[in-house]
Design a protein around this ligand. Structure first.
Ligand code: GMT
Length: 377
């Protein structure tokens, strides 16, 4: 049997897919007997129940009045170094290059190189931040200095190479879902609260950032509900929310749309939906489409970034060009009205989520990377 490891995990604990993936991975590693230490500014929101192998170390930031910007990055680096020494960690697995990978490298230097650093790139840390000249050299430094780097799709690996001229090998480790949490739930009673039996339900879940093109969701829905009796659920919050609300009102759709706000147990909401809409401008993976897939709900999405690695057009969902709301509406209507097609796509979704992107497969992949960098074959 392989050694049980002591692993420090840093992520953005309160928002986004990267925090979800990091937290879920930590929980699964703890189940495998590894000791997992979350080192973050607040408790990761998906941490859930007590586990004897999971520890949480809060990063406290000094906000002395001379600081215009409280130095979170330095406090994190210092905390990482402290926890590595105190808990004798074998490695730090940091999610999102900025600032986490840089802080981990600093911590590594502080403790005299006795810890390994694994960095996972999630998307916007490259596709948005690496385009910023004030950060690009630092991101390249963080990637080159890490003992291993992983990315959540082939597309993100290519983007990283292209934008930062990186030659170092980058491991592919796709996002995953815990099949014990994401499966088609029995939600007959809950569904009645959102729609009449003859109506279909569309869903969109995101952080409502411009990159998600949430107003396209309204455009698509507007086209669909003219022909197919349907409802739309919006889950999440973010800067574009008021713009989306305005568009919903402008199109006279308010009585057919529910804004659910941020929700923790999305598996239930997904299970009562028929189709997920994900028209993003950029998406390195699209975790939410995988969560939908695992609940048996196909997505109609944009053909952007890593999405085609998750969704095979015509098999496990449908893809259209970014901004092509007519094509997205066409595919959605097809799914909602052709029972045989819907059943075939749903079954393919369940199979793909369970066998290709399942927790066991991806957790094992990360463990192999850890043993490799620690030279413990
Ligand atoms: O989607 C976001 O904007 C949040 C962001 C994050 O860092 O949490 O998501 C990125 O990481 C997710 C988990 O790996 C991926 O599934 C998302 O596709 C990716 N978002 C983008 O690339 C825009």
């Amino acid at each position: 049997m392989k050694d049980r490891l002591k692993i420090g995990i840093t992520c953005y604990p309160t928002l986004g897919g990267s925090g979800v993936v990091a937290t879920e991975l930590g929980k699964l590693l703890a189940e495998q007997g590894h000791q997992v230490h979350f080192i973050t500014h607040s408790m990761p929101f998906r941490l859930g129940k007590f586990d004897k192998n999971i520890f949480y170390h809060e990063v406290e930031v000094n906000d002395y009045y001379v600081f215009k910007y409280p130095p979170y990055d330095l406090s994190l680096a210092s905390k990482l170094a402290q926890v590595v020494q105190l808990e004798e960690l074998d490695l730090l697995h940091v999610h999102y290059a900025i600032p986490h990978a840089v802080c981990a490298l600093l911590a590594k230097q502080m403790v005299g190189d006795r810890v390994k650093v694994v960095t996972t790139l999630h998307g916007t840390d490259i596709t948005v931040l690496a385009q910023d000249e004030s950060l690009s050299d630092l991101i390249r430094y963080a990637i080159n200095g890490s003992d291993a780097v992983t990315a959540v799709s082939r597309d993100l690996i290519q983007e990283t190479r292209k934008l930062l001229s990186i030659e170092k090998p980058i491991d592919l480790a796709y996002n995953f879902v815990d099949k014990r949490v994401y499966y088609p739930r029995e939600v007959t009673a809950l569904r009645k609260e959102f729609a009449h039996p003859d109506e279909k339900i569309l869903i969109h879940i995101s952080n409502f950032r411009p990159v998600k093109r949430v107003t396209d969701v309204v455009e698509v829905f507007d086209k669909i509900c003219r022909d197919v009796p349907s409802r739309l659920l919006f889950v999440g919050e973010g800067p574009e929310l008021s713009k989306v609300l305005c568009k919903v009102k402008e199109r006279g759709l308010l009585d057919r749309v529910t804004f659910c706000g941020k929700q923790d147990d999305v598996a239930q909401l997904l299970s009562l939906s028929d189709v997920m809409l994900l028209p993003s401008e950029k998406e390195s993976f699209g975790l939410v489409a995988l969560e939908a897939m695992a609940c048996g709900v196909p997505s109609v999405a944009s053909n952007a970034g890593g999405i085609p690695e998750l969704i095979t057009h015509g098999e496990t969902g449908f893809l259209a060009d970014i901004g092509d709301v007519d094509q997205m509406a066409y595919y959605t209507k097809m799914l909602l009205t052709d029972k045989a097609l819907y059943e075939k796509v749903t079954q393919a979704c369940l199979h793909r989520a369970r066998f290709t992107f399942c927790n066991d497969v991806i957790t094992r992949q990360y463990e192999e990377i850890y043993y490799r960098v620690l030279e413990r074959p």
